[in-house]
Ligand binder design. Structure first.
Ligand SMILES: NC(=O)c1ccc[n+]([C@@H]2O[C@H](COP(=O)([O-])OP(=O)(O)OC[C@H]3O[C@@H](n4cnc5c(N)ncnc54)[C@H](O)[C@@H]3O)[C@@H](O)[C@H]2O)c1
Length: 257
């Protein structure tokens, strides 16, 4: 059993910003060979530049809404690094809209990116991993899967679907040596958090986080690294919640105790 990710070949989607970017840097530091996949070609180039164009980093520009695009990133990983050992399906988007105002175009875009994208990543990765008899797939879910937020019905539904998809794939793949798990952060300090948050949400939101702060992208990357590695070798179908205590229960204010 290997503790780190030495020479493991990983595809990370949504790799150019936020959580994905942190996963890429953690994985490279842990010895992995990473194919960074993102829809933003310029941001991927910038990432490679900032990391000093390491030999263990390959770039794949594409869209997780396209199965062909996902397959092409996996092909890049296999051709460049000889295998696919880890898939991190992390790309995701959110748009704030009141429930009655959600339009079909936005609903479809969010479901196609978050849920269809995760499906393509899990299935295409598994098609390569199952014949090899090993592999670890990690999906970025969210506490929104079970602790829903207003104005995000499409996002909440996509993440609820992801949790069911993780369990479904894990169950059917368990005997093959391929594990499927997820991480469910509450709000993380990335640009996406601030696109969906109303301008004053941050302070009122923080009052509802028992630890009193947002998660850092690196805290999510640490959990992804654990689930991707052999350290979690008997763990499959699980979604690790990273929420500073937010979804545990209700903290009464001191004045009401
Ligand atoms: N930020 C949070 O508060 C938070 C909380 C819980 C879960 N998440 C989840 O974490 C994941 C990453 O979010 P983030 O906060 O790092 O966001 P981010 O916007 O900082 O980064 C997301 C990345 O995904 C890429 N992307 C978007 N659509 C894509 C597509 N169709 N194909 C390929 N790449 C695409 C973007 O270009 C971007 O680089 C998402 O799944 C998100 O739902 C975020």
């Amino acid at each position: 059993m290997q503790a780190g990710l030495q020479e493991r070949s990983a595809v990370v989607t949504g790799a150019a910003n936020g959580i994905g970017r942190s996963i890429v840097t953690h994985f490279l530091e842990a010895g992995a060979r990473v194919t960074a996949f993102d829809i933003e070609a310029g941001a991927l180039e910038k990432l490679a530049q900032e990391l000093g164009h390491p030999a263990d980093l390959a770039l794949a520009t594409g869209d997780v809404r396209s199965r062909a695009s996902v397959k092409s990133a996996i092909d890049t990983a296999c051709e460049r690094f000889g295998s696919l050992d880890i898939m991190v399906a992390n790309a995701g988007i959110a748009v704030g809209q009141h429930f009655l105002e959600i339009d079909d175009e936005t609903w479809t875009r969010i479901l196609e990116t978050n849920l269809n994208g995760a499906f393509y990543c899990i299935q295409e990765a598994a098609r390569v991993m199952v014949p090899a008899g090993k592999g670890s797939i990690v999906v970025t879910s969210s506490t929104n899967a079970f602790y829903v937020e207003s104005t995000l019905a499409h996002y909440n539904a996509s993440k609820g679907g992801i949790d069911a998809l993780i369990r479904s794939a894990a169950l059917e793949l368990a005997a093959t040596g391929v594990r499927v798990n997820g991480v469910a952060p509450s709000m993380v300090r990335t640009r996406a958090a601030f696109v969906t948050a109303e301008s004053d949400t941050s302070s009122s939101y923080l009052e509802r986080v028992p630890m009193g702060r947002l998660a850092e992208p690196s805290e999510v990357a640490n959990a992804v690294e654990f689930l991707a590695s052999d350290r979690s070798s008997f763990c499959t179908g699980q979604v690790l919640v990273l929420d500073g205590g937010t979804t545990l229960g209700i903290m009464l204010p001191e004045s009401e105790v």
